[in-house]
Design a binder for this molecule. Structure first.
Ligand SMILES: C[S@@+](CC[C@H](N)C(=O)[O-])C[C@H]1O[C@@H](n2cnc3c(N)ncnc32)[C@H](O)[C@@H]1O
Length: 494
């Protein structure tokens, strides 16, 4: 196995240059800062993980504006986390840390990673100098660890401890308000192997790991980084151009602007969001998508997507302003457990236990604090879904989560089903060709859609309610003529 070389590692020769003229080379300078940026991110990640309350995912922390050298920082954080168990054992055994360095343990972890697995580091900072002084003790501790684990090489040791990577294709959704799908395929095809998704027409599949953050099509809003399951939600709702549609919990707005594209910029979208900070992100997404400047209302006048900063639960369904709303997309706050792999949670110490796979599949949790959180979320989700179904003019409601937990998914649907039926709704099968359906915990759960956290690398849930007398199968390709699904979802027996 090749040793990992992070961008933060000073290239060989850099230290020689420092020692020759006593000045830092550019590579040394950027390695020095990347290690400090990585240490800050690592501190937040590890503290959040220890408290089981993450401030943000690894990616969101690295891609925050305050981090300058994003690539190097991301690589250092991920590599250090991957090897953290070995690094900690080595440092324990070497017994070199006094209280001063224990207070900076994240920086020490990162430097130790570079000493053990990266390339040579140069003596550019106090921490670097300290650890290089003890390089011999660190390497002896590693040698003892090899003997203890009965392995001959560091590569064997890494294989023993490493959490497997989760390769996942990179999905991008073409913003058809700005660019057609074929042009996007041509443009992205200059750099990557691009395939069209067979289920969502405006979705493209690129190779795992390709970095698109700075790609011109991303920067100018022609394509959005959006996963497959997330892109299936607005497609399942299938609003028609000219409709009035409410996005109930909308920030950061990925599904709002997908709705706008599906409606071909015709009709009206009201996007509601409770959180002030996230309203700003929602507005940015709308601006980037171009939806703000091209929407045309029923009177043929230009119209912005209307952003409502407030609580969806406080919108009055009897208010005449909402009498013409025909579809509601409800993607409420949820545990996010289905995107744990995407968020790289498998790298975190809390995921090091052997029952990760069971947890990934079924969302079981024995942690009472976590259970309490899930129950609170579930109570809100039920309330919000009941509210969505009570808007008198609404014909279609889609409910989605990025959670694998039954309590946020099937249980929510089961509990609102009687009231939904009393309003004239029934469950419809979105994407009937999709095999992985809801857990069989009530009659009708086969209409529900799950994405498989193992196979699809993300666990999403989608439920579609349609007013009974207006199910028109010929006009709605996401609905089946009959439901006839094979069971293939990992581990779910019907
Ligand atoms: C899962 S996110 C929505 C993601 C969004 N649909 C997208 O695809 O970009 C849920 C959002 O609902 C917002 N939210 C939570 N409770 C709300 C409420 N009562 N009313 C409106 N928005 C709410 C949260 O602040 C959060 O931004």
């Amino acid at each position: 196995m090749a040793r990992t070389k992070t961008a933060a590692t000073a290239p060989s020769g850099a230290s020689a240059k420092t020692s020759r003229n006593g000045r830092l080379s550019n590579a040394e300078r950027s390695a020095y800062f990347a290690r400090r940026e990585a240490a800050k991110v690592l501190r937040l990640v590890l503290r959040g993980d220890a408290r089981r309350r993450a401030v943000g995912s690894i990616k969101s922390l690295v891609y925050s504006p305050s981090v300058k050298n994003k690539k190097a920082t991301f690589a250092l954080v991920c590599q250090t986390l991957k090897h953290l168990s070995i690094i900690k054992q080595v440092l324990d055994s070497a017994s070199i840390l006094n209280s001063k360095w224990k207070r900076q343990e994240e920086l020490v972890y990162i430097l130790t990673y570079d000493i053990l697995f990266g390339q040579e580091i140069s003596l550019v900072g106090d921490a670097e100098k300290f650890l290089m002084l003890h390089k011999g003790a660190i390497q002896s501790a590693l040698a003892r660890l090899l003997v203890r684990n009965k392995v001959k090489s560091i590569e064997d040791l890494m294989a023993l401890y490493q959490t497997p990577d989760v390769p996942k294709p990179r999905y991008v959704r073409v913003n058809t308000l700005k660019m057609d799908v074929d042009s996007a395929v041509l443009e992205l095809g200059k750099q990557f192997v691009v395939q069209k998704d067979d289920l969502v027409p405006d979705l493209l599949i690129l190779p795992p790991g390709c970095d698109l953050h700075d790609h011109p099509l991303i920067v100018n809003g022609c394509v959005f980084l959006q996963g497959k399951a997330s892109s299936m939600v607005a497609a399942a709702l299938a609003p028609k151009p000219g409709w009035k549609v409410l996005d109930a919990c909308s920030a950061p707005g990925n599904k709002t602007v997908h709705l706008a594209a599906l409606m071909k910029g015709k009709g009206k979208i009201v996007a509601c969001e409770l959180n002030k900070e996230r309203v700003r992100r929602l507005k940015d997404t709308i601006k980037l998508s171009g939806a703000a400047s091209i929407f045309i209302n029923s009177l043929n006048q230009p119209e912005d997507i209307e952003v409502l900063h407030g609580d969806f639960l406080n919108l009055d369904p009897k208010d005449p302003a909402y009498s013409e709303v025909r579809a509601i997309l409800l993607d409420p706050s949820c545990s996010g457990s289905g995107t744990a792999a995407e968020r790289l949670d498998h790298l975190l110490p809390s995921h090091a236990s052997g029952d990760v796979h069971i947890h990934l599949l079924f969302g079981h949790t024995a942690d009472p604090t976590e259970m309490e959180r899930l129950n609170k979320l579930s109570a809100f989700q039920k309330k919000a879904l009941r509210h969505a179904l009570s808007f008198p003019g609404v014909e279609r409601v889609v409910y989605s989560t990025c959670s694998i937990h039954q309590v946020e998914n099937e249980d929510v649907i089961k509990s609102v089903l009687p009231i939904a039926m009393s309003f004239g709704f029934q469950l419809a099968t979105s994407f009937p060709q999709w095999n992985c359906r809801g857990l069989p915990v009530f009659e009708g759960s086969e209409h529900l859609l799950r994405t498989d956290p193992v196979e699809d690398k993300e666990g999403f849930f989608i439920a579609l309610f349609v007013k009974g007398n207006i199910i028109d199968r010929s006009k709605n390709p996401t609905m089946p003529s009959s439901y006839n699904s094979k069971e293939t979802c990992s581990g779910f027996e019907k």
